[in-house]
Design a protein around this ligand. Sequence first.
Ligand code: SAH
Length: 481
Amino acid sequence: MMMNKKTGNPGASKVHKKTDGSAKTGKNGVKSVKLSSKTDKERTKTVKSGARSDKAGTKTGKPVKNSTNSVKTSSKTGKPSAKVTRSNAKSDKVETKSVKTRCKVSSKCGGCQFIDMPYKQQLKVKHDRLEGLIGKYCEVGEFIGMEDPDHYRCKVHAVFTHDRKGNPLSGIYQEGSHKVVPVDACLLEDKKADDIIATIRGMLRSFKIKTYDEDYGQGLLRHVLIRVGRNSGQIMVILVLTSPILPSKNNFVKALLKAHPEITTIVLNVNDKHTSMILGDQEKVLYGKGYITDTVCGMEFKISPKSFYQVNPVQTEKMYSKAIELAHLDGSEEALDCYSGVGTIGIIASPHVKHVTSVEINADAVKDAIWNAKNNGIKNVTFYKNDATRFMQQMADSGDKADVVFMDPPRSGATEEFLNSLFILYPKKVVYISCGPDSLARDLGIFTKNGYRVTDCVPVDMFCHTRSIETIVLLKRADIK
Ligand code: SAH
């Protein structure tokens, strides 16, 4: 069998306890677990992943010696107009390549590879890719797309630095590098979040706040991270500084709130390490509760600065509903929610099953998940803070059973050991939610060799204008009709 590339996994070591600590049953029957030390694994990384834009040959402004292509794009629709002009070598006139794009920094930042492609075509390109990867296992269903695919990101990150003259800059890392591309407004990001970032940038001089210089390791402000609860209207601003001391803190907070009264909480996070992680360990609440809540599928969820939460709330709602619909639950099931984040899928599925066991590695996310279950009056979910692979091995070793498994691993997919243990549990159904089509294809290959068939595949466009693909797949035991 294939080896999983994911690093840091405990691998095949045999562990007999289910949790890292002792499990306690709290009020409402929601089990809380003693949390072990924090992991760096899932903290937001600052280097953008993914490859360059698919737009071939669209460098702008460069004189071309013999022939030139100029593709015009309508700024309204983003559609490339069919007009392609070509001058030949005989012409004295040296034309320049020019491509009108919806975002003038997209080619530098690389965060939205499909921004100039009509939305329908984006979905087709992604569908074709998915078909190529997993079409041999099942028919790839139609994409669940967005009505308005702009400004969907409710988690917005801006890196702060300055130019040679010391003027503060904020923006996005150039793809694969640590060069900052100044960005004022991004077509993917929540507009309010972008406005708040611009306001903060404008306040820096008067508050004498220096931005961070990565080369010299000097300066105070490194990043601003904003999380917006689309349904709740709550907004959390996280200022990532190299020191816990923000000069004129109270006045800074006051001025920011005056400009943006919609902000519900401001958190100071300290990151003084030379690292590609955005967030450090230390946190101080400057204003409000230190977290936001948002509503998905009728349940309220608490989101702390370090907890994972899906970036596209409109599509998240559709995705969770579809995942639960595909599982065809009848209320009798023992369900497992692996890689559960703040407990969303398990909690939303809980009214439709007998019991849910959720496992997640990030301690903050598990704390949020326990809070979320209690807050929603959910009593049939048990949470464990553990590595999903180790947890599955422990379940398999102790002969535990599950009827249905929801699994939503990071892009690298599941580990081989996770899957081997899952095959021992041998649930009737597995709902696999994937944000990594390559690892999904690899894992489906393993599933189909171990007694499962893929019956449904529904892609959901969670990351519009980018080439990233989110897919829900339903697997059923091949021996059950
Ligand atoms: N299902 C959740 C979270 C999905 S993201 C949701 O829809 O919001 C993947 C989650 O897997 C993250 O919360 C991350 O912290 C967690 N994770 C990453 N590696 C893990 C591991 N080895 N074991 C358990 N959880 C892990």
